[in-house]
Design a protein around this ligand. Structure first.
Ligand SMILES: [Zn+2]
Length: 412
């Protein structure tokens, strides 16, 4: 039998799903709603044509398995849920490309590939209704915060626990879904980029290095209020001046380490035109793919704030608002991903992911993981104008299939 991959079928199926679950404002497949369940039924029918073993785990993730000669599994992931008024590709491209790859592998190996290949539709990646992103994958990885999840309600006051029960999911057993990853030896995920990097480089596809870590702090400088006319410049303890001096320094630090940083807010007290600023608060958000580099960025920014504060005779204090660990993907799989892209389009780009994805949850439990990004037109997502050129979608299916084949061969 010839094994034919048909990327145009993926395009047709994406449009079919759009027609079934979108309205004039975009995709309406919010998790734990009837339209989401309808989308899942539609996908299940397609999977059933392949005679796969299909079941839903304790967290509501759906797993379709093409059993191979070995139980060791290559897992391909995506999510059929969307945000309200969402785009047609976010999450569903991953699943429908994965479905096409399952068809190709099924034909090529006569229903019995050397290793098992599994497609997972993660439940509620977006967290659109209850505010908890990566619900199904974090339940599966065991990192879900159950205390927090147990308190969540939607805007109508319905508890997440009750919405889960409506869909046959027992809150007490969520983490039992972790057993699904027992035989997983590799995880791959295709996703639209949702940003402008590939568009600006004029490249269709990129190999994702991992997801950014985040350090977010509020920094408060305290000096002294004083009359703007009667206070000589050399007598001032100007909190704003110190914050202002620190700002370009923190950008220089981020540049030096190859990360990014943003001073997103700045407020002053007393906040009137005729007083030297007594108190200035800024927020500093720093991001990097490498934990050590991120720690250095933080340490150097802290030192610079102390140095400028001393020079300006003001005090400075730092308070952490949030911290997320960087999650690097598997370097060997990143290499295979780059190879698959080069073979398909000639040029590849290695890039970090700003947003978190289900893949990060899988990588956190130590399963070798990689993602492939396909260019987003307008660099926009979570919006009905989200789009990708059809030839890029086809190239993505081809390159992602090559990646799947390379990973399988490495597992044998
Ligand atoms: Zn997504």
């Amino acid at each position: 039998m010839t094994a034919a991959l048909d990327p145009q079928r993926t395009l047709r199926e994406l449009k079919e799903l759009r027609a079934l679950t979108s309205d004039e404002n975009g995709a309406q497949r919010v998790a734990f709603t009837t339209r989401w369940a309808k989308a899942r039924d539609w996908l299940r029918e397609k999977l059933e044509e392949l005679l796969l073993e299909i079941h839903r785990d304790e967290a509501g993730n759906v797993w379709a398995t093409l059993a191979g000669e070995s139980d060791r599994a290559l897992v391909i992931g995506g999510h059929i849920d969307s945000v309200p008024n969402g785009g047609w590709l976010d999450g569903s491209l991953n699943l429908l490309a994965g479905l096409e790859i399952l068809r190709r592998i099924n034909t090529r190996y006569n229903g019995k590939p050397p290793v098992s290949v599994r497609l997972v539709d993660w439940a509620d990646e977006e967290g659109a209704r209850f505010g908890m992103s990566l619900f199904g994958s974090s339940a599966c990885s065991g990192h879900i915060n159950l205390a927090e999840a147990g308190r969540l309600q939607d805007k109508d006051g319905m508890a997440l626990i009750d919405a889960l029960a409506e869909h046959g999911i027992d809150f007490e057993r969520l983490r039992d879904s972790g057993r699904e990853l027992q035989n997983a030896e590799a995880y791959i995920e295709l996703h639209i980029e949702q940003g402008p990097v590939l568009l600006d480089l004029d490249l269709p596809l990129g190999a994702v290095l991992g997801t950014f870590g985040v350090e977010r702090h509020v920094i408060t400088f305290r000096g002294q209020a004083a009359h703007s006319g009667s206070t000589p410049m050399k007598r001032r303890r100007d909190a704003f001046l110190v914050a202002a001096k620190m700002s370009p320094e923190s950008y220089r630090i981020a540049n030096h380490h190859g990360g990014v940083c943003t001073i997103g807010t700045c407020s002053t007290l007393p906040g009137i035109a005729t007083s030297v600023v007594a108190e200035c608060r800024i927020t500093l958000d720093q991001r990097h793919l490498d934990a050590d580099a991120l720690a250095k960025m933080l340490e150097e920014a802290r030192h610079s704030s102390e140095r400028f504060a001393k020079e300006g005779d003001v005090s400075v204090s730092w308070e952490r608002l949030m911290r997320i660990e960087p999650i690097p993907f598997d370097s060997e799989l990143v290499g295979l991903c780059e190879e698959a892209i080069r073979e398909t389009c000639g040029a590849a780009h290695r890039m970090p992911s700003g947003p978190l994805h289900d893949a990060a949850e899988v990588a956190r439990v130590g399963i070798p993981t990689v993602m492939m990004f396909v260019q987003s037109l307008h660099g926009i997502s979570h919006n009905k104008i989200e789009d990708t050129r059809e030839e890029h979608i086809e190239a993505a299916v081809i390159a992602f299939d090559k990646l799947a084949q390379k990973v399988m061969q490495r597992m044998v």
